[in-house]
Design a protein around this ligand. Structure first.
Ligand SMILES: [Fe+2]
Ligand SMILES: [Fe+2]
Length: 158
């Protein structure tokens, strides 16, 4: 069971993992429509997910969760540095998808990156949070995270 402060983020992760899997399947030709049409549909889906969800999700992590954990858990520093680098890679990926070149490889690799990133946060970062953060600190972080995440539109709440 996830800590209450992390539930909204975990919810996003759940959707992100499903999308990452669709990306890899699409690139391998296991989802219809096949070929460029399907690849373009997945690229559009990724861009939309970024706009509706990932942008705010990154903001909540970068402005609240990461600085907060850095402050209270010294052993989180190197992990957070790597997670920040992955955020930049994912941002670049979303931009590259607009160019629509090398789409199959781009979509496969990006889906792989997104999945690895999410699993790392769930398995390593969230574990540190749940282990080291006090109830009171967690409550403060929760409020700040919610402030950022709950500004999203109704279409991404499902
Ligand atoms: Fe992240
Ligand atoms: Fe995340």
């Amino acid at each position: 069971m996830r800590h209450p402060s992390l539930i909204l983020l975990s919810h996003d992760h759940h959707h992100g993992l499903a999308l990452a899997l669709r990306c890899r399947k699409q690139a391998l030709g296991r989802i219809k429509p096949l070929g460029i049409q399907g690849l373009k549909e997945r690229a559009a889906e990724v861009r939309e997910f970024f706009r509706q969800n990932l942008k705010r999700h990154f903001k909540a992590e970068e402005e609240v969760l990461f600085p907060f954990l850095r402050g209270v858990v010294p052993q989180s520093h190197s992990l957070i540095d790597e997670l920040l680098r992955e955020h930049e890679q994912i941002r670049r990926w979303v931009q590259e998808l607009e160019a629509e070149r090398n789409l199959a490889k781009l979509i496969f690799d990006g889906g792989d990156l997104l999945e690895r990133h999410i699993r790392r946060e769930e398995r390593e970062l969230f574990l540190l949070f749940e282990k080291h953060v006090t109830q009171e600190e967690a409550e403060r972080a929760k409020k700040e995270i919610e402030k950022i995440l709950e500004r999203r539109g109704p279409s991404s709440s499902a």
